[in-house]
Design a binder for this molecule. Structure first.
Ligand code: ZN
Length: 496
């Protein structure tokens, strides 16, 4: 058997182990009794070890080396070698002791972060954050992908993307976004969410959520939806994708939009071409591209007027006590409120990017410019005022709100890149299929899905995100598409 074939098979086995781990974890979040955590944690750790020792084994290194020497490899073979090498390099460059140290301080840090946030007292978290920062810098130095330390960390989430790449994009975005938010905020007739905060029966919401994803072409033959505390998507093989949602009876958007969001992730996972099923390439191209899919369905499609032309009468029939006499126009405005707020996860799609830019700027200074943990709370607030015009009254609503730093740096930008990729890809989809919005009015969503399957989903991880966006749209990631999308959508909603 040639080394290439052997490499494919070897990593097939590693993927199967990771799917088994995913099943254990899905079960934990969906079905498992609360008291059973300890046993499950040990099983998950065992799976992790089995996978890790295979990835870093001499066999992996040998197969990669031999496969690289082969001639006339296909594009997919080359991508496979690239990804295998990426996994292998990381596994052998980072010493076990460092991995253990990071795991320990992360879980301790997580506990202390919770306490600190609850008491809104940064000093509780500070000593742990200091250690985490030190270890993460060491991690980046060891991994040493370059061109800079922060780029090395960003590359973990957005392969092939550097600090300079994101900086250029965010610099184009920042002033324009600030201007738009200020403009919307200065209008007198602002939409509000009061209609969404009435009582909506949980069972009816659940049934509707299933009906919606069915229409969006979620394949129930190879997927299912369940309830969980935190909505998520996971694959247990390339033909088994699970999503979860949660329901709040006093806030309609929670279940509705998290369902559509996760469905967007799932459609991606369900759309890989068979050739790469259950391989290292059967994953999203990057976190940002994955988010572009979920956010396109959630925001661009799911919060559009055309979408609600079809769904609103159904919602009115389901919840007549709240919606029977409530005009669709107003409902559409209520799900598109833009408002500067302290908490990132509650932010709308327009102000969201500014929350991310803040974190991106701070992370760069932490990793490369010796910014100290003690300086963070004040700098956070200064930047909030500069970007969103509001200052958090305490650290729980400021620097302490996100848990992410306990497990690393470099994750945040992907969220925002998701919005930007989505706008640019959707713009291109519209150019090729100008009647897409009219489809939604009829409850028809397969033309958009087919476009996405052809341009994005089928390839999985074969291409890097910067190459994929070039391949689809013929240009680099360009934030102007997002700006134009925001202006076209929100100015009419706000009467501008
Ligand atoms: Zn997501």
């Amino acid at each position: 058997m040639n080394a290439m074939k052997e490499l494919w098979e070897y990593f097939n086995e590693i993927m199967r182990l990771s799917y088994i781990g995913a099943l254990l974890s899905w079960d934990q979040q969906v079905n498992m009794p609360k008291g059973s955590v300890k046993g499950r944690a040990e099983q998950l750790a065992l799976m992790q070890n089995l996978i890790h020792s295979r990835v870093k084994s001499d066999k992996t290194g040998k197969l990669i080396k031999e496969a690289e020497k082969l001639e006339s490899l296909s594009e997919i073979d080359l991508a496979m070698i690239r990804e295998a090498k990426r996994e292998y390099d990381q596994a052998i460059k980072i010493p076990n002791e460092l991995v253990a140290k990071i795991a320990k301080i992360s879980s301790l840090g997580h506990i202390e972060w919770e306490k600190a946030r609850e008491k809104s007292d940064f000093s509780i978290f500070k000593p742990y954050l200091e250690k985490i920062i030190k270890l993460r810098i060491e991690f980046a130095e060891k991994l040493d992908k370059g061109p800079t330390l922060y780029s090395t960390l960003l590359d973990l989430f957005e392969p092939g993307v550097t600090y300079d790449y994101i900086l250029k994009v965010f610099n184009g975005l920042k002033p324009k976004l600030v201007k738009i938010v200020n403009k919307l905020n200065s209008m007198s007739d602002k939409p509000n969410q009061s209609i969404l905060k009435k009582h909506y029966d949980a069972e009816k919401q659940w049934q509707l959520s299933l009906e919606i994803i069915k229409k969006l072409n979620f394949d129930f033959n190879t997927g299912r939806q369940d309830k969980a505390t935190h909505p998520f998507t996971t694959s247990l093989s390339s033909i088994d994708t699970r999503i979860t949602t949660r329901i709040r009876e006093d806030f309609l958007p929670d279940c509705l939009f998290s369902t559509i969001h996760e469905c967007g992730h799932a459609l991606y996972q369900m759309g890989f071409k068979e050739e790469i099923h259950d391989t290292l390439l059967a994953e999203g191209c990057s976190m940002g591209i994955h988010e572009s899919q979920s956010r396109m369905w959630e925001n661009v499609v799911g919060r559009s007027k055309e979408f609600w032309t079809y769904w609103y009468p159904i919602f009115q029939k389901t919840f007549p006590e709240n919606l029977k006499n409530y005009p669709m126009e107003e409902f559409h405005r209520s799900i598109n409120v833009v408002q500067p707020s302290f908490i990132r996860v509650d932010a709308d799609e327009v102000t969201y990017g500014l929350h991310i830019i803040l974190r991106f700027e701070l992370e760069k200074m932490i990793i490369e410019d010796n910014l100290q943990a003690s300086e963070l709370p004040e700098l956070w607030n200064t930047k909030m005022e500069e970007l969103l015009g509001i200052v958090p009254p305490n650290d729980a609503l400021g620097v302490l709100q996100d848990v992410h730093w306990t497990s690393g740096f470099g994750y945040f930008p992907s969220y925002s890149l998701g919005n930007l990729y989505a706008a640019q890809i959707y713009n291109h989809a519209l150019k090729e299929n100008p009647s897409l919005p009219q489809d939604y009015e009829k409850g028809e969503f397969s033309n958009l899905l087919n476009y996405l399957k052809e341009k994005v989903h089928q390839y999985g991880k074969i291409y890097r995100a910067p190459d994929l966006i070039q391949k689809i749209t013929g240009e680099d990631l360009n934030p102007d598409y997002f700006i134009k999308y925001v202006e076209d959508k929100y100015y009419p909603i706000y009467g501008i």
